[in-house]
Design a protein. Sequence first.
Length: 393
Amino acid sequence: MDIPTPIQRAIGSYERRKERIGHALRKRVGYFDPIRVVGYNGFGTAECAHIKGRVLADDKVDSDPDDHELEHLANMFRRYHTDEVPEAHVRVTFGGQKVDVQTGWEGFFDVDLVPDDSVDLDSLWHEVEMELLAPKPRINQSTFRFTGAVQIPTQAEFGIISDLDDTVLETGATDLFRQARIVLLNGPSTRVPFPGVAAFYHALQYERGRPANPIFYISSSPWNFYDLFAEFLDLHDIPRGSLLLKEHGFDEDRFIKTGHEEYKQKRIQYVLDTYPELQFVLVGDSGQKDPEIYRAVVEDNPGRIRAIYVRDVSPNESRVRDVEVNEIAHNVQANGVDMLLVDDTFEAARHARRIGLLDESELDVIRQASERDREEQEEELSGVEKFARRLFS
């Protein structure tokens, strides 16, 4: 339901006044928590690299594989309740360039830099240095230097744009209560990737034995979850990519009303516009309008999409949805693009092999990895979970 514009602006005005009062108090009293610069994985071209980060006054959320569910829940609340540092000053260094930036009211900063000769453009990923100049906390802090990264694909054959929820990691997005339990009571190490995803994405990213093709992960989750997603990808050996998350919050001219479809389509279009000469593979799921979004992307960008893979998140439960997705796939096919509704990763990989995105040796690796991942996940299921799966499948 859309909230009337006057109400939106009134709420935004109230939030902004509250932020100003809090910021004024902090400037007078100071910060008594560590202040850190969170560098996000940016992306760009040989002409311009987009770098994004955020300044927060709190300790990083540290997850441990031995954490129990209440500790995971506490960590999720800590991620939601961030203490942003507005008007902080940060020095960003990329290659031989340095630029000083100031954060906005939510603690974010964005900067575009042109890679100079000191940046080795033969590599996909490049480190970015970030130094907090001000404010400094009223406690001892060991460092004010932090790092981020940016991917600049100069030798790519194609790019990959992937959803995260129920595409890479299981979230149960089609079941509200199951989703709440997975999201709130699990950390990076206890969340489960779909079998074969790591091997499939590695095969898509690598060219001639090295990372070359850029990967972009898009989610409607807030930037507060960045560390959780980044750690999840790293722990499960899923290729790192640029994460495009959502800024949630109130503003006099902005409200949390941008729909999932509109937001996601705009993010995808932004990536496509950044690389006008590059074709892309889109990966999503059947549960959150990805097929509809991807159809619109194909229609708006003829000749830009190589293939679309849609994971069927409810193969035994929603035949109506399967019919809808297959109709969309038929429409997409009329534009010369294959959209496949797949039950597992290996099915997508076989099609990718047929159209030349993978070679035969990579296909065998993905098949073995899918089987191994599935076996390992089955072994980790408790007796109760196994019983429930047999009962309700």
